[in-house]
Design a protein around this ligand. Structure first.
Ligand SMILES: Nc1nc2c(ncn2[C@@H]2O[C@H](COP(=O)(O)OP(=O)(O)O)[C@@H](O)[C@H]2O)c(=O)[nH]1
Ligand SMILES: [Mg+2]
Length: 351
């Protein structure tokens, strides 16, 4: 629930409390007024934040995905602590992604949140940091790649988030990781977003870049979307969001309105993913059966049910990935699965 909605809820409760004695039918009118104000609010309506793992591959979801075809899809990439989650929140004007340097609170898995910006549906995928501090690099890259393929058809833009400043060796290493992960085409869909714009202290962004290291300027040149500066400490400055969306629109136009798709994945990765998807398809019936079992066992505790489903879906995908990577293990695991089949889950609404 956004702070605005919370405010309205408490306001509504206050009004209702006072109105009760005057006219008991007033409640419905207040409801209507509340809904009207909320619907006309300029604030983005955040309608979901999802653990991407949990998106089901059902026909109804396919229809939903088609209905969302016009949604602008943004994926945030960058090191841990670079300001990805804060940037997602600034764009959506909501504190939907956890932003903190505390290890326990930073993004571990990809999360998706959507909103309506200037009348336009926008979806943002927040990702875990691409540096090796918290999790093994391979786990993180797998998680991110999985989210690209789950969230079809793919992001229109990658925002490569980094604090204002020259490139460190760690940044350069991260760019290599990104290219290995997504292939060279990734840069055709990338905008460099510099956070901590508040550090500029009146300097013009172009001047800052002009006097920066050649490495940084060369890197920006590689990215078709150019660069923007962002100040996540001034979330009231919505002009920066409007400017960013304009920049993204220009990039989308240059790319002929296409988006990044898994077809750009390097060949080896593409082959693995195809195998993985086939394995999951083969398991579909078994998975559906286990899902029903879970629903029977946990029907009283919806939250726990969703958690269990997410957990098992994660295991299922990881198993399929491992099998796809080393086909010789496939028979062994398949035999194991007939005794202890795994489960799948539906989309999980966190907020
Ligand atoms: N001053 C300032 N701090 C920022 C800015 N963007 C992010 N931060 C801070 O940097 C820290 C890490 O941000 P977070 O969004 O969690 O980074 P993530 O790990 O990339 O998602 C948080 O304490 C943020 O408040 C910014 O533009 N200016
Ligand atoms: Mg984060």
């Amino acid at each position: 629930m956004t702070s605005e909605e919370m405010l309205w809820d408490s306001l509504k409760a206050e009004i209702e409390k006072e109105a009760f004695e005057l006219d008991s039918s007033l409640g419905s009118e207040i409801d209507e007024l509340y809904e009207n104000v909320r619907a006309n609010s300029k604030s983005p309506t955040l309608y979901d934040i999802q653990d991407l793992k949990a998106i089901p591959k059902s026909p109804s979801l396919k229809a939903e995905a088609e209905a969302e075809a016009e949604e602008l899809r943004i994926m945030l990439l960058g090191a841990r602590g670079s300001g990805k989650s804060s940037t997602g929140n600034t764009i959506l004007r909501c504190s939907v992604f956890n932003t903190d340097m505390q290890l326990s609170r930073v993004t571990q898995f990809c999360e998706r949140a959507s909103g309506n910006i200037n009348g336009r549906p926008v979806a943002i995928i927040d990702t875990p940091g691409l540096n090796k501090i918290n999790r093994k690099e391979k786990d993180v890259t797998r998680e991110i790649m999985k989210s690209v393929s789950l969230y079809k058809p793919g992001p229109h833009v990658f925002l490569l988030v980094q604090p204002v400043g020259n490139l460190t060796n760690e940044d350069k290493n991260m760019h290599k990781i990104i290219q290995n992960m997504f292939g060279k085409n990734v840069w055709d869909y990338t905008v460099v977003l510099f956070t901590h714009g508040d550090r500029l202290e009146g300097k013009m962004p172009n001047d800052v870049i002009a006097s920066s290291d050649k490495d940084l300027r060369d890197f920006i040149r590689t990215c078709s979307g150019g660069f923007v500066f962002f100040n996540n400490k001034n979330t009231g400055n919505f002009e920066q969001v409007t400017k960013l969306l304009e920049k993204i629109d220009t990039l989308v136009a240059i790319n002929g309105r296409s988006c990044y798709t898994t077809s750009f994945y390097p060949n080896s990765e593409r082959r693995i993913r195809e195998k993985q998807e086939k394995i999951l398809e083969e398991r579909q019936e078994e998975i559906a059966r286990k899902e029903r079992e879970l629903e029977e066992n946990y029907y009283e505790d919806k939250e726990e049910l969703e958690r269990k489903k997410r957990e098992l879906w994660r295991e299922e995908e990881d198993d399929a990935r491992r099998l796809a990577e080393s086909p010789s293990r496939r028979m062994t695991l398949k035999a194991g699965l007939t005794r202890a089949p795994l489960s799948v889950t539906k989309s999980q609404t966190i907020l």
